[in-house]
Design a protein around this ligand. Structure first.
Ligand code: SDX
Length: 425
């Protein structure tokens, strides 16, 4: 017999269905709560609220587990590639050789953007943040691809949009970087793999080391999807109004930009550099972080779901040493990061709040070692997360009972006001 939750409100008792996920997560289904009781629920920040069911990604925050379509992140990061992982999250299965070849060719075919987009990128000030350039040019693609702006895309159009945006986010990001450096755009080279070509389009050098390309590929894999995080939830929210896919993804880019979310990777590097330049020791800096009157946060630490190590942070930390050793890079900021982690993990403030390094704590160190500038770090996060955003959007629009997202609220404002003429106010 299916599990029920009993809710007693005054004289009335309501039975609410309990649903159990395939990883034994439990949820009280309140779909009919307001109709039955007149009550809604309130959950600021959605700390306890499931917005949807999803078969794409699973996290266990207590055990530090992350899986894409049932595959552990550790196995995927070790054995897969970014494009193969993109295929997996979107289509729900690992591709055959033929499927992978066709998908890679289709992504590589989107090796440029319309002239109008190029003109628009060049119109930005050179010191514009590349996330502004990315977000505005992603939504601007809707002006050039009308057929993909239909309210309901066919399966073939969804496949096309998926490959197109994976291809073109790389192009727009590389062009944005080149423009910020006052350099000419570098044309994509289809003979290179996705990551090598991205680095080639940023640097103009086709000789990209395998180690560098592999390190970037692993970083992109680790960022592909992460359940209903802020930017993915924004994609679902905007996409639920049947806004076109370009506007929908642009909303994800905007949400990701925030320093509490994807912008944290840039904020971590700025924090480490500030500690280094100020000569502060870790204890001094952490004392500021713990001071309630200070706005300082240990960026790259803490997570809404992970109350244990973020498994991605563990993988990236190991990759940090490997990549820096391979490249012969000595980065004092890595030593500061490791020192901060060591001290914080023994400090009651962090331990009691279950604050551990998250995906953003070490990722910037690797991007820096790969020659990617700090203000491009969140763009790298967006490139990695794009397949997850699109997979989640596709899952939403194809789900039975798909509805526009429109949360309720509890009103706490004035009740009855009478209009007064301006002269009498
Ligand atoms: C990402 O959701 C996802 O899955 C996101 C992501 C993904 O892949 O999509 O994993 C990517 O966004 C990772 C998070 C990157 N952000 C940062 O590193 C920014 C620093 N971290 C925090 O701001 C914070 O930890 C959040 C935003 C990540 C989570 O915030 P919550 O869940 O709302 O928790 P909270 O702010 O209520 O903190 C609880 C307590 C508070 O102290 P008290 O009020 O209980 O005394 O912990 C403290 C906070 O002050 N705290 C921190 C802290 N994070 C939480 N104190 C110092 N430094 C921090 N980093």
């Amino acid at each position: 017999m299916s599990e029920k939750a009993k809710l007693v409100l005054g004289e009335n008792t309501y039975e609410l269905p309990v649903i159990t996920g395939t990883e034994n997560e439990k949820a009280i289904d309140i779909t009919k709560l307001r109709a039955q009781s007149g009550y809604v629920t309130l959950d600021s920040g959605y700390m306890n609220t499931g917005a949807c069911t999803s078969a794409i990604t699973f996290l266990d925050g207590e055990l530090g587990i992350l899986k894409y379509r049932g595959y552990s992140i550790e196995e995927i990061a070790e054995k897969s590639s970014f494009l193969e992982t993109a295929y997996l999250v979107n289509y729900g299965k690992l591709p055959t050789e033929a499927e992978m070849k066709a998908f890679s060719v289709k992504v590589a075919s989107y090796d440029d953007v319309p002239e109008g987009i190029k003109t628009q990128i060049k119109a930005f000030p050179k010191d514009a943040h590349p996330m502004a350039v990315l977000s505005s040019n992603i939504v601007s693609l809707s002006a050039f691809y009308h057929s993909l702006c239909a309210q309901d895309l066919t399966p073939a159009q969804k496949d096309e949009a998926f490959a197109q945006l994976i291809g073109q986010i790389k192009v727009v990001s590389a062009y944005a970087y080149r423009h910020s450096q006052g350099k000419e755009f570098v044309k994509s080279d289809k003979s290179l793999d996705y990551c090598s070509d991205f680095i080639h389009m940023m640097t103009g050098d086709k000789n990209v080391s395998r180690d560098v390309a592999k390190a970037l590929d692993v970083l992109l894999i680790l960022h592909v999807d992460h359940e209903q995080n802020c930017s993915t939830s924004s994609v679902r929210m905007v996409g639920s109004s049947k806004a076109n896919i370009f506007a929908t993804i642009s909303a994800g880019v905007d949400a990701l930009w925030g320093p509490l979310h994807g912008g944290a990777n840039q904020a971590v590097l700025e924090m480490l550099a500030e500690i280094k330049d100020s000569g502060k020791d870790y204890k001094q800096f952490l004392a500021e972080v713990k001071d309630k009157n200070s706005s300082s946060r240990l960026m790259g630490f803490g997570h809404r779901v992970y109350k244990n190590f973020d498994p991605r942070a563990k993988i990236i930390k190991v990759a940090c040493d490997t990549v820096l050793n391979t490249l012969g890079v000595q980065d004092p900021l890595l030593d500061i990061a490791k020192g901060l982690e060591e001290v914080a993990l023994k400090d009651e403030y962090f331990v009691s709040r279950k604050l551990y390094p998250n995906v953003d704590f070490y990722s910037g160190i690797i991007y820096r070692a790969l020659g990617i500038p700090t203000n491009m770090f969140t763009v790298m996060f967006a490139i990695g997360r794009l397949p997850g955003w699109m997979a989640q959007w596709k899952e939403m629009v194809e789900q039975d009972g798909f509805k526009i997202c429109r949360p309720r609220q509890i009103y706490t404002g004035d009740v009855t006001n009478k209009y007064k003429d301006i002269k009498s106010r």
